[in-house]
Design a protein around this ligand. Structure first.
Ligand SMILES: Cc1cc2nc3c(=O)[nH]c(=O)nc-3n(C[C@H](O)[C@H](O)[C@H](O)COP(=O)(O)O)c2cc1C
Length: 353
């Protein structure tokens, strides 16, 4: 059963800003206080979800602040009451037994609103400077496959015995589990063949980076044809929104943002030199220059309120259920989207049902 209406989420501001670090109305702020206020406001505005990305230090500039994912997600779980909280996890940073225990605890604190986003890492210095080996792309996915298998079984309440290439688990179970629903939801991000196999075999929802409708349709067809057991794979999309009364105004605003982003170019280039060249995600970004992270404006959510609502409906029609959004300045544009775009989407989609 597809969702009756699209769901909307916001990227928690773990880096301090989704777009340029030089926006005069949105200077980088990755503090807990800012993110606390942001997520509470998003929840009050009706957003259904928030994604807390994971990096130990800021990939664009290690002198800048970076919000810590798992502690912040725990606190968000305690202070919110309705919004879904998705915490990203890079398997090499946590043993699956420890992380399963943490996830189950946040699931309990949130009364069944917690999810993880399994991401297999691309930013080499975060590992190498800590003395953690940064394995080859495909080996990282093989490790992630064992990791998520153990996670899935433990958070589902199984007593686990697992003897693989990377993990040896004997007679392990965690409690409490399943107090509010069967287990936390599992999202997975990444675009490579291995990422798609992993999402199809082990995730509930595949997270796709922002890109045009045809490419997203092709990716959904590719992932949905893979080996899978149980319920159908579902889909979420990341996107940066620039919406105004008219498309001309939105395009002017995007032009302004792209000008600002020129100041960020040295930081982006330095980051680019430290990424895994095999990460397919960055090959996609190189083909589709855009504003914002994770594909950003390449999803095409730039235009008049009606145009943006129509594009969202088109993505929804091909299977995107959750839209994880970025804005800049974040709070003001998040409000504008809730007031202007979301009701238009609802009216367009209602016609279908
Ligand atoms: C929505 C979304 C969120 C992501 N969040 C993170 C993150 O928090 N941390 C991270 O290191 N990578 C993150 N990624 C990156 C991917 O999981 C993956 O590491 C990257 O795409 C490289 O893998 P690939 O070659 O399969 O594309 C995210 C990807 C997507 C689509």
């Amino acid at each position: 059963m597809p969702a009756p209406q699209p769901r909307f989420g916001i990227w928690t501001q773990v880096y301090g800003a989704s777009g340029s670090f030089y926006h005069p109305q949105d200077p980088p702020d990755a503090t807990w206080e800012r993110n606390r206020r942001l997520v509470l406001e998003a929840e009050a505005l009706g957003y259904e979800s928030t994604l807390v990305a994971q990096h130990v230090f800021n990939p664009r500039d290690d002198e800048r602040d970076q919000l810590e994912t798992w502690t912040a997600s725990t606190a968000l779980a305690a202070i919110t009451s309705r919004i879904e909280i998705i915490a990203a996890i890079k398997p090499y940073l946590f043993h699956p037994v420890v992380l399963s225990k943490m996830a189950s605890q946040i699931e309990e604190i949130s009364h069944g609103r917690f999810s993880i986003n399994l991401v297999n890492a691309w930013f080499k210095p975060e590992f190498e400077r800590a003395g953690i080996a940064f394995a080859d792309h495909d080996d990282r996915y093989a490790y992630g496959q064992e990791w998520i298998d153990i996670f899935h079984r433990l958070v589902s309440g199984e007593r686990v015995n697992f003897h693989g290439r990377h993990f040896n688990i004997d007679n392990y179970q965690i409690r409490p589990v399943g107090r509010y629903r069967a287990r936390p939801i599992i999202y997975a991000g990444g675009e490579s063949e291995q990422a798609q196999d992993l999402a199809a075999s082990a995730a509930d929802i595949w997270f796709i980076n922002g890109q045009n409708l045809e490419d997203v349709r092709r990716l959904i067809a590719s992932a949905s044809g893979r080996k899978r057991q149980g319920q159908k794979l579902r889909y979420a999309l990341s996107a940066f929104v620039v919406a105004r009364e008219t498309t001309a105004e939105a395009e002017d605003e995007l032009g302004y943002l792209l000008d600002l982003a020129q100041q960020d170019a040295p930081l982006r280039q330095a980051m680019g030199r430290q990424t895994d060249p095999k990460a397919v995600m960055f090959q996609t970004f190189a083909r589709n220059p855009a504003y914002g992270t994770n594909g950003g404006t390449a999803a095409g959510l730039v235009g008049s309120y009606d145009v943006v609502a129509e594009r969202i409906k088109q993505f929804f029609d091909i299977g995107i259920e959750t839209f994880m959004l970025q804005f800049q300045p974040f709070e003001a544009e998040m409000r504008r989207f809730a007031e202007e775009v979301r009701p238009r989407v609802a009216r367009k989609v209602e016609v279908l049902f």
